[in-house]
Each structure stands twice: as C-alpha cells, then as structure tokens.
Write a protein that binds this ligand. Structure first.
Ligand code: PHE
Ligand code: NA
Length: 450
C-alpha cells in the first residue's frame, strides 16, 4: 500500500471515493435548495451563516464521518456499533447509525419528488414550451405541474425506478460514469447560465448584492438554524452516506485534503447556481422568496429567451435530474447495505424493499402539493415537515452526536492516523470537532427554541 503513487488500483479507489462523495454531495441541495433558501431567508446574511457552518461544522464532521467509515469498514449502523465496542463505549452510540439511515429514508421520499420536477421540465424542453413561459406564464406552468398528482407520481416513480435499478446492480459502474462525465457537463452548463446572467440580464450586480451583502436585520434564529441545517444537507452528512462511502478509501489516502476538496466543490457549485439564478429572478420581476418553485419558475423564462435555449434547457434539467440521482443512490445505499448484512436477503430484494417503502412515503409529499395542500399541522404541509424535521433537527443532532463520538469517544491515535492531517491541522480539527461543532449546534438549537 505504501507505493500508492505507482499503483493505479489504489488511485482508482481514492478517485472512486472522490467521485462517489461528490456525486452524493452535489445535487438538488446546491441547485434547487440553496437558492430558494437564500431567497426565503433574506439573502446575504443567510449565505454567510451557511458558509461559516460549512467551514466550522460541516467540514470537520465530514472528515470524521469518512474516517469512521474507513475505520469500521461496514454499513454505517454496524460500523457505529463496532466502533463503540472497540473504543470501550456504550452500545447506544449505535443509535446514531440507525437515526442516520432513517433520516436518509425520509429525505429521499421528498428528494425524489423534486428530482421528478426536473424530469418534467426536461420533457417541457423537448416539447419546446420554454419560449412561451414568460412573465406570469412561468409561475402558472409550475403551479399546474404541482397541482397534478398524476404527473408528480409518474416522475417520482421514474426517479425511484432508476435509483433502484442502479443500486440493485451495485453502485460503482453507474455512479462512476455519471459523476466522471455528467457532473462536469452540468458544471459547464451552469457556467454558461452564469455568463448569460452576467452579460444579458442587466441585473447581475443586484444578484451579487443580494447573495453577498448581508443585511443582518434579516437574520432570525430560524434563518441561522436553516443555514446550519443546509450545511449538513448539502454535504450529505449525518445519514451514513459519507460513512458508507468512506469504506471505499484505501488506507493511505489522505482524508483531510480529499474532504476539503469535495466540500469546496460543493460550495462552489451552490454559489455559482445562486449567482446564475438571482439576476434572472430580478430581471423577470420575480419574488426571491418564492420558495421551492424558484428555480423552476425562473430558469425556463431565461432558457426561453436564449438562442438554442430549448436545447440547453433540456440538457440542464436532464443533468440536474442525474445529479439528483447520484445523491439519491447515496441515500438508499446505507439502508440496503445494512439489510443485506443483517438479514438473509440479497441485494436486489433489499433494494426493492427500501425503494418501495420510500416510493410509498413519497406519495405524501406528492399530495401535499395538491389534494392534501390544506393539511397543515402547525402551519406546514407534510412536505414542509419532512424537509424541516430532517434538515433542521435530525441532521444537526446526528452531526452533533457524530462530532462528540469522533472527538471524545474514539481514541485520539486512531483519528490522527485516519485523517492524516498535518500536526497543526489535526489540532485544529480536534478543537473544532470536540468543542466548536457540538457547541455551535447546541447554541443554534437553544436559540431557535427560545
Ligand atoms: N447532498 C445532497 C444535495 O445537496 C442531498 C443529500 C443529502 C444526499 C443527504 C445524500 C444524503 O443535493
Ligand atoms: Na450538495
């Protein structure tokens, strides 16, 4: 293993981790959720909160999860149980793995529905309707889509079907291709969109100001909680996804620098998406706080005005759906891996069980946009609740538990060896993981409760 540089197989494995982790991280969270959350939460102050959380909480926990996964070498649930035992701690730490897999399950149920919206817009692109989606028509088109349970179920079913197919076959092949070729393609299209926003909308500076000039009067404790929750969501933390993929890493690959790279890339994509989207939003007189429909209302209008926009638009929504698919896979994999190791069923059967259950739960999100839209316990629809409970409660709490486990329970030598940071880097990581991250989560929680 020590001749990693001359051994292509080891490099291939390290590369596989980077591809898999990037595939998991980059998804709807960057392109759909980050811009709309920024819009709802008032812009720059939210973005700063989110960036601080990525740096102080997200990256240290992402490193910890990868290291735990590589050290445990099992599905996340079993890994947590075994690491607890190895380090002489209570079995109860295993609950982190269980809650994580459960959160992944809940997230996927609505994630798949939103990925379905993207498929629907891909079809719209093919049928050439973007040029007609100007002004109010864009919003009406989106409203018509989410008002149709039949359409939403159809696309949700296609996304879950594809996910099941890829997972049942084993994730490497499909995943590697999608990330190695299609992610760069998505990136190029995003840059193109950014160019369009910068040179033709005439509202580029408004967009930049909205994103980067903080108005701290807009920052509520709810917005801070949302920014922190989104840091977990966008880096795929707390639900075993990154832990499960950590097992792919060869022993001598450097976790520290690898994770910084993945997190940087994820953040960069989100910021580019925001910089591309908001000028279009302002140029078309749309409301930044429109909520989950923001990208689906604003982008078709832009594609409709662009030369070759139907082709670019079709491609763009197709690539967003694929990016969502590679994230969806990482949400199912931990549960499937756990079922296979724990019960006498094969991979295909485990996949069918998990995906069928997720599909069924997804119907609740589908209906919460139409026939159940009036069912709003405490002011939120079922979709809103699933999103809120996972991103704002389960992920941060799970992350805090992982931080405490990695910082206080795991033996220092093990973490030091796994992370292979510089001496100063490790000291910094340890401060962050033992004190700063858990404290940050705790304070943000306390604040939003009171
Ligand atoms: N990180 C993904 C995104 O930003 C979503 C995700 C969350 C994927 C949790 C896996 C696990 O779109
Ligand atoms: Na992300």
């Amino acid at each position: 293993m020590s001749q990693a540089n001359s051994n292509p197989k080891v490099w291939a494995t390290r590369w596989t981790f980077i591809l898999a982790a990037t595939g998991s991280a980059v998804g709807l969270g960057n392109i759909w959720k980050f811009p709309y959350m920024t819009g709802v939460n008032g812009g720059g102050a939210f973005v700063i909160t989110y960036l601080i959380c990525i740096a102080l909480v997200g990256i240290p926990i992402m490193m910890a999860e990868t290291a735990l996964g590589r050290h445990g070498r099992h599905n996340p649930i079993q890994t947590m149980f075994e690491l607890a035992k190895e380090n002489g701690a209570s079995k109860n730490w295993g609950i982190i793995g269980i809650v994580g897999v459960l959160s992944g399950f809940l997230i996927l149920s609505f994630y798949s529905v939103i990925a379905g919206w993207s498929l629907s817009y891909m079809v719209d692109g093919v049928s050439g309707v973007f040029p007609s989606l100007q002004g109010d028509a864009a919003g009406e088109h989106f409203s018509a889509l989410i008002a149709s349970p039949g359409k939403l179920i159809l696309y949700h079913t296609i996304i879950m079907g594809f996910s099941a197919f890829i997972i049942a076959r084993g994730i490497h092949e499909g995943l590697e291709k999608s990330v190695r070729f299609l992610m760069p393609a998505l990136f190029v299209l995003l840059m193109l969109l950014l160019g369009y926003s910068a040179f033709t909308t005439g509202y580029f500076m408004e967009g930049i100001k909205f994103l980067f000039v903080p108005d701290f009067s807009k920052i509520t404790s709810e917005a801070i909680l949302a920014g922190m929750g989104h840091a977990f969501f966008t880096l795929s933390l707390s639900m075993g996804a990154i832990m499960a993929y950590g097992a792919y890493m060869p022993k001598d690959a450097k976790i520290g620098s690898t994770i910084v790279t993945v997190a940087f890339f994820d953040t960069f994509i989100a910021l580019v998406a925001g910089m591309a989207l908001f000028p279009i939003v302002f140029a078309n007189g749309m409301e930044p706080a429109s909520g989950p429909g923001l990208m689906f209302i604003s982008l078709p209008a832009a594609f409709g005005q662009m030369a070759g926009g139907s082709i670019f638009g079709t491609l763009f929504f197709a690539l967003v759906a694929i990016a969502a698919l590679s994230s969806a896979i990482s949400l199912v994999e931990p549960a499937v891996a756990w079922i296979i190791e724990r019960f006498p069923v094969n991979r295909a059967m485990a996949t069918i069980i998990v995906c069928a259950l997720v599909w069924l739960l997804g119907l609740a999100s589908v209906f919460s946009f139409n026939i159940w839209s009036e069912i709003k316990p405490f002011g939120k629809t079922i979709f809103d609740w699933l999103d809120y409970v996972t991103a704002n409660i389960l992920l941060p709490l799970g992350g805090m538990a992982i931080a405490i486990f990695a910082g206080w329970v795991m033996k220092k030598e093990i973490m030091e060896k796994e992370l292979s940071l510089s001496h100063g880097g490790f000291t910094l990581w340890r401060w962050l993981i033992r004190i700063i991250s858990p404290l940050a989560v705790f304070i943000v929680f306390l604040n939003s409760i009171s």
